[in-house]
Write a protein that binds this ligand. Structure first.
Ligand code: GDP
Length: 196
């Protein structure tokens, strides 16, 4: 499995620092604590990757994990920044939206949302940018183990309905890094985007 080859290559704080725009990229986004690092761990099977993204200073960077010469998982910053000045937030929003809009190699956006707290402002913002960029979107409802089977299924249907109501097209699935529910399903989506 190619995902097990994932290795950290480079970080960027601005668009000019991104690696050359060729090959295939899939962006991972989520509010902080949504379970994004755990999901990247679970998908790749490599615990160290999450630690890299959590390194002080790197939490607000775009971090690249290459699978091979032409494919990369791109870890986007998780908006942990209650304490970050407004000016910096705005700068980041510009960087992120421009990345989503202009990056040729970007094939899709994986958005992680805690199944108990879906579709917050950050999520809607990311979804809106991805829509404007005509980027395919796949949503992982993370920590699905926190809900029973019935409640999990209900939450899934509810999110699908709310997306439809606001005119957003995205596929949605349950995901748990604890029991690996949905790992295969997520990998199928990635395989598709990476043309594997
Ligand atoms: P990030 O900030 O989005 O990268 O989130 P993390 O991956 O660091 O996860 C945040 C917290 O949620 C941590 O305490 C994780 O252990 C916990 N967590 C993440 N994924 C799961 C999951 O699938 N199930 C459960 N029960 N907890 C999870």
């Amino acid at each position: 499995e190619l995902y097990r080859n994932a290795h950290y290559t480079v970080s960027a704080t601005q668009l000019s620092q991104l690696p050359s725009d060729s090959g295939f990229e899939v962006a991972f986004a989520g509010r902080s604590n949504a379970g994004k690092s755990s999901a990247i761990n679970t998908i790749t099977g490599i615990k160290a990757l999450a630690r890299i993204s959590k390194t002080p200073g790197r939490t607000q960077m775009i971090n690249f994990f290459h699978l091979d010469d032409e494919r990369a998982l791109v870890d986007l910053p998780g908006y942990g920044y209650a304490k970050v000045p407004e000016k910096m937030k705005l700068k980041w929003q510009t960087t992120l939206s421009k990345y989503l809009e202009t990056r040729q190699s970007l094939r899709g956006l994986m958005l992680m949302m805690d199944i108990r707290h879906p579709l917050k402002n950050f999520d809607l913002q990311m979804l809106d940018w991805a829509k404007q960029a005509e980027l395919p979107i796949h949503i992982l409802l993370t920590k699905s183990d926190k809900l029973g089977r019935g409640a999990g299924g209900n939450a899934l249907q509810q999110v699908r309905k709310e997306l439809k109501d606001v005119g957003l097209e995205a596929s949605v699935q349950l995901f748990s890094s604890l029991n690996h529910q949905g790992r295969d399903e997520a990998i199928q989506v990635l395989d598709n985007w990476f043309e594997l």
